[in-house]
Design a protein. Structure first.
Length: 256
């Protein structure tokens, strides 16, 4: 398997595991990666996710050996599989963390930004390298860049394809924080574990609110927000939160 999924309590660690190619994504890996996130979405015992890469890198993009085959229909099929992975990561109703140890370029960059939080090791390097093989970005990269850094900066990153190191990534808002190389996964686990103890349904609704806030007027947003709180108020976690508040103790959320 070139995608591995390990469990540590309520945290799932999804690893791109093809280190000899800096975890370049093959056709086989696309199916495995999509399947992993679909299974995680339906597994209520998993309450947060870390996406990372093996061998000191995150992902070097698509494996170019599989490109340019099958004509237009083949390219359309490849885009379908690439984009359904981006949707599966972005829309997962559980907190997601990209732990980036090194190279993170091309569609790997896209998938990292599809996560809720990006942690960058000191040696992390990000780049929208699509221009180098005369392709436009895919995997939703431009959408995320536009939201995170603004239109002009996003265009400069895409048009140049230049390397972005960890400090600049944090300064621009592409990464949440820079972490020493040897404690990257420890920091990712600390965050993921803390998220996994939260009220999973309410956090999933909050995650959806961030998406809606980008693309709707204030009134439209409030209308949609008003449909979410009644759902959260009927969960067992809400009842536990109220009970813990009254009893002046820390709530023990079960994600239900």
């Amino acid at each position: 398997m070139t995608i591995t999924v390990d469990r540590q309590g309520a945290v799932a660690i999804v690893t791109l595991d093809r280190p000899q190619t800096k975890n370049a994504i093959t056709q086989e890996m696309r199916g495995q990666l999509y399947g992993a996130f679909e299974e995680i979405a339906l597994n209520h015992d998993i309450r947060s996710v870390i996406l990372t890469g093996a061998g000191g890198d995150f992902c070097s993009g698509m494996d170019v050996g599989g490109m340019g085959r099958g004509g237009v229909s083949g390219s359309m099929d490849r885009m379908h599989t690439l984009n359904r992975i981006a949707r599966a990561i972005h829309s997962l109703k559980k907190p997601t963390i990209a732990a980036v140890p090194g190279i993170c370029v091309g569609v790997g960059f896209s998938y990292a930004l599809a996560c809720d939080i990006v942690l960058a090791a000191q040696k992390a390097k990000f780049a929208a390298i699509f221009r180098n093989i005369a392709l436009a970005p895919d995997g939703g990269l431009v959408w995320h860049l536009r939201q995170l850094v603004g239109v002009q900066k996003a265009k400069e990153l895409v048009y140049s394809g230049r390397i972005i190191h960890a400090d600049e990534a944090v300064a621009m808002g592409l990464a949440y924080e820079k972490v020493a190389d040897d404690v990257l996964m420890e920091r990712a686990m600390d965050l993921a574990s803390s998220f996994a103890t939260g009220p999973t349904i309410a956090m999933g609704l909050a995650k959806r609110q961030f998406d809606l806030a980008w693309n709707n007027s204030f009134d439209q947003y409030l209308d949609m927000e008003a449909t979410m709180q009644p759902i959260a108020s009927r969960t067992e976690d809400h009842e536990e939160g109220l009970k813990a508040f009254r009893e002046r103790r820390k709530p023990q959320f079960l994600g239900e």
